[in-house]
Design a protein around this ligand. Structure first.
Ligand SMILES: *Cc1c(COP(=O)(O)O)cnc(C)c1O
Length: 217
């Protein structure tokens, strides 16, 4: 099936209020253009250099999201282009994005990437760390925290995946109750090609889908 057909298929199943982030990493600009021509406008990339290159070659009305691990020395390749960074996984990165924003006069929307999967090495913040950040959120004037992002455990056991998504979704609800004054804190980015229908059931407001749209990388 073509990229355009895949997009139509996903869209058909996705509730209209859930934002589709088409993950185009490792796929050429031609594939992105195919999705663009099918009406897709939001794309996710996970490598700074690749993002920077694609931005130069593709239409200006694309909304770029950064979803990969971001090193603080790569901010200038990413932050000028993106409307959302899904993957703030450390206090150090949050501080660096804020400092970059101060210098460059830009407020960046971000999500806090949570450690929800079983993998020991998986990056992401623990709940206490995220709480600590949100209690001090006014410290970061050039960052707006819009919600949470998470990746489920890497397993075929969908009950484990569901439990991971339910936990981050419950934490999101808890935070919204705890910080009612924090406007715009309402995005939950969970779900990829293999598990997005479960993520939607668990309250996803955004899904990040690569393989089911563009094929294998
Ligand atoms: C690559 C990637 C995706 C998309 O994964 P697919 O399984 O290809 O849909 C989603 N989120 C993140 C953080 C990724 O790195």
């Amino acid at each position: 099936m073509s990229v355009a057909e895949n997009i139509v298929n996903v869209r058909k199943q996705l509730p209209s209020e859930v934002k589709l982030v088409a993950v185009s990493k490792f796929h050429p600009v031609e594939a992105v253009m195919e999705a663009y021509e099918a009406g897709q406008r939001v794309f996710g990339e996970s490598r700074p250099q690749e993002l920077d290159k694609k931005v130069q070659q593709l239409p200006a009305d694309i909304e770029w999201h950064f979803i990969g691990h971001l090193q603080t020395n790569k901010l200038k390749l990413v932050l000028p282009h993106v409307s959302l960074v899904h993957s703030v996984d450390s206090l150090r990165l949050l501080n660096a994005i804020d400092a970059w924003g101060k210098t460059n006069d830009k407020v960046t929307d971000v999500l806090l990437e949570m450690h929800i999967g079983a993998e020991e090495t998986k990056q992401g913040l623990y709940e206490e760390e995220a709480l600590d950040i949100l209690f001090n959120a006014e410290k970061w004037r050039h960052v707006r925290i819009r919600g949470l992002m998470g990746m489920a455990s890497h397993t075929d056991d969908m009950s484990v995946v569901r439990a991971d998504f339910q936990r981050i979704s419950a934490f999101m609800d808890y935070l919204k109750d705890l910080f009612p004054e924090y406007e715009g804190f309402d995005e939950l980015s969970i779900g990829m090609s293999g598990d997005w229908p479960i993520a939607v059931e668990c309250g996803a407001t955004m899904v990040r889908i690569g393989t089911s749209i563009f094929g294998e990388r």
